[in-house]
Design a binder for this molecule. Structure first.
Ligand code: TYM
Length: 345
């Protein structure tokens, strides 16, 4: 059971990234370790170049993200942690996979529509091809499970389609089932907090690129900032206030989900525990307390790790070596099946 996931290098990872993805990387790492298989995690610096960005900052933001993943519990002894740009097999595979990717499918991607609308100067071809690079990330390792938040569903479906189409087109055997040259991966989504919402605009997901600073709980926010942002979180005007989830109660539902995820309880259990609360203030205070406690050890560990960039580079070099060793034979199989390059002996 091979596990794979990727994350963008931005210095300001938020609670949605943690509850929706990062904490499940750690679970995936432990499951793969127990099963004797690999868990592979990638900081996707090539993806970061698909929108306007500052090249002087990209490396630092990559270090920030690596330090955060290590602080959250990824262990290079137990999993492979690498930087996307260090593994050239992946962009090569991206190009090869464009042969079985429909232009129309890429055009339908929500993320492409949203992000292209935000670009002032240039909508890059890279932004359009983003999902193919993401498919190559996973398919290069024949991964089985991909822990991600709910916003990545469409990308995961596309990578499954690409793998299926590749096998059907290039794995054809005389009369039989096509060979599985590429593994068709499955997305794994959290049962709680798969989509953490912005505290100020609870109908929108918490996001570094499109959310509000006041509505986003960054993983490195000070406890006081977390308390303040939660105190000001938008709820609703139901009178008397009722702490329950519902489609008409986006803000309250989000706080219940966050509190449930942060304390490892079900949302139902959280609702029941707050039956006697006096109002939304109690829900906000309990959520702040739980989030501060959840993030404290990560913040402390991050502060220890982030300063040593040489150690981060050394860990990434080891990860890149291991990643390349796994990706190389897969890309060789793809080239062979596609008739690219010399025949293999
Ligand atoms: P990125 O860097 O935007 O987000 C990293 C992970 O965080 C999850 N996430 C959320 N989960 C819950 N609530 C939210 N508000 C929220 N916001 C973000 C994302 O679903 C993601 O799992 N395209 C990917 C990176 C990527 C990748 C991959 C992922 C590149 N290659 C291969 C998996 C496999 C992205 O931009 O994630």
């Amino acid at each position: 059971m091979r596990v794979y996931s990727g994350i963008q290098p931005t210095g300001r990872k938020h609670l949605g990234n943690y509850l929706g993805a990062i904490r499940h990387y750690v679970t995936g790492q432990e499951q793969a370790w127990a099963a004797g298989d690999e868990a592979i995690f990638c900081v996707v610096d090539l993806h970061a170049t698909t929108v306007a960005y500052d090249p002087r900052e990209l490396r630092d933001r990559t270090y920030d993200t690596v330090a955060l993943l290590l602080a959250a519990g990824l262990d290079p002894e137990r999993s492979i942690l690498y930087r996307q740009g260090d593994v050239p097999e992946v962009p090569e595979l991206t190009w090869l996979l464009t042969a079985v990717t429909a232009h129309g499918d890429l055009n339908r991607m929500h993320q492409f529509k949203e992000k292209s609308a935000q670009q002032r100067e240039l909508v890059s071809a890279g932004l359009f091809l983003y999902p193919v690079l993401m498919a190559a990330d996973v398919l290069a390792f024949r991964a089985d499970r991909v822990p991600v938040g709910d916003d990545q569903r469409q990308h995961i479906e596309l990578m499954r389609d690409i793998a299926l189409r590749f096998n059907a087109r290039f794995g054809a055997t005389d009369g039989g089932e096509p060979r599985e040259i590429l593994r068709v991966p499955e997305g794994v989504y959290p049962t709680v907090a798969a989509r953490v919402m912005d505290l100020q605009q609870p109908e929108k997901k918490m996001s570094t690129s499109s959310g509000s600073v006041e509505g986003t709980l960054y993983l490195l926010d000070e406890p006081k900032t977390i308390e303040k942002k939660l105190k000001r979180a938008v709820t609703d005007s139901e009178n008397p206030p009722v702490i329950r989830r519902g489609p008409d109660k986006a803000g309250v539902s989000n706080l219940i989900d966050v509190l449930a995820a942060a304390t490892d309880r079900t949302p139902d259990a959280v609702e029941a525990s707050l039956q006697d609360a006096r109002g939304y203030g109690d829900l906000k205070a309990a959520t702040a307390e739980a989030v501060v406690a959840l993030l404290r050890p990560i913040q402390e560990r991050y502060a220890e790790l982030r300063g040593d960039e040489a150690a981060i580079e050394a860990a990434l070099a080891v990860g890149a070596e291991k990643a390349r060793a796994l990706a190389r034979p897969v890309v060789a199989d793809v080239r062979e099946a596609m008739g690219v390059g010399p025949r293999r002996r």
